[in-house]
Design a protein around this ligand. Structure first.
Ligand code: SF4
Length: 301
């Protein structure tokens, strides 16, 4: 990606950017959506965004080889009682039949498409399995499909998806170079939070996706996804801004804001940019220190 275009993406995220004189003097093609925010300044205590090398592209040196992902065990917590008004699980056709831990990518996708293990089977239009490269280094995990995703059968489409694409592009990654999945594969009606019994029924699918992918890093977007993946009730504010690890697999994990939240709260985009810079650095260098496990419950949001 050329410098001009990358700076446009940063501007589209709402991040104030420092624009090198030679770039600023070049031809500029702007749409209202991608216009740069000026005057431009680097973020406090951080090198200018333009100094962040993009993630290696085809033809460039590849990052360090990753180890095979260890087997990931679904959450052992017992299912919660079925909430009033929800539809009872149908165990005859749920994640345990066939066993997701034995399935390859295609068989897993087929199992999800026919899954009827929780009440969301009654209200979904499409299941939303996941999208992207099945050899990606970076896995992005969201909460659950929204209305656009339910219609399209693909995660992170619509305005929030477009912002996610621009966020990835800002660190040199195309949507096709990462893998994107949700905790839940079917849309909760009205975009309500997932219920514990739904997560319990659906979790084996995401665990198998992580196992098959063996990502070098995970980026959880939004509070709900982060809390479910990390098995914590800590507020998002205490989870982001540091490296955590994904359960026993010890995959480095970072938490950031959901793009839909960033659309409503553009003043938080600078923090999201900080998170993305760290993810890009981790992918590029393949080293770092895990400094927490995401279970600090006493920090302020
Ligand atoms: S949300 Fe998950 S467990 Fe529930 S029906 Fe959809 S795929 Fe099955």
């Amino acid at each position: 990606m050329d410098e001009r275009r990358r700076l446009d993406y940063l501007g589209a995220m709402g991040v104030d950017v420092w624009v090198p004189r030679h770039v600023a003097a070049g031809p500029v093609e702007r749409s209202d959506e991608t216009a740069l925010v000026e005057p431009a300044l680097p973020l406090p205590g951080q090198a200018a965004p333009s100094s962040v090398p993009p993630y290696p592209q085809p033809g460039h040196p590849t990052p360090p080889v990753r180890a095979a992902a260890p087997q990931i065990v679904p959450n052992p917590v017992a299912p919660e009682p079925v909430a009033s008004g929800s539809v009872e699980p149908d165990p005859s056709d749920g994640p345990s039949s066939p066993d997701p831990t034995k399935l390859d990518w295609d068989a897993l996708a087929t199992a999800v498409s026919g899954c009827r293990a929780c009440g969301l089977r009654e209200t979904r239009t499409n299941t939303v399995f996941g999208v992207g490269s099945r050899t990606a280094d970076l896995l992005i995990i969201g909460e659950a499909p929204g209305a656009d995703e339910d219609r399209a059968g693909e995660p992170f489409v619509g305005r929030a998806g477009q912002l996610l694409n621009r966020m990835l592009a800002a660190i040199g990654l195309a949507r096709e170079q990462v893998y994107i999945a949700n905790v839940l594969k079917c849309r909760p009606p009205g975009n309500r939070d997932p219920r514990p019994e739904e997560v319990k029924q659906c979790e084996a699918y995401l665990m198998r996706q992580i196992e098959l992918l063996g990502p070098r890093a995970i980026l959880c977007v939004g509070r709900v996804a982060a809390q479910h993946v990390l098995q914590t009730d800590a507020p998002l504010g205490s989870l982001r801004g540091r490296w955590l690890e994904f359960r026993a697999a010890s995959i480095p994990l970072r938490v950031t804001y959901h793009p839909a939240y960033l659309l409503r709260s553009p003043d938080q985009k600078a923090k999201a940019w900080e998170d993305l810079v760290e993810v890009a650095r981790r992918l590029r260098e393949g080293v770092g220190t895990v400094i927490g496990k995401g279970n600090d419950k006493d920090q302020a949001d």
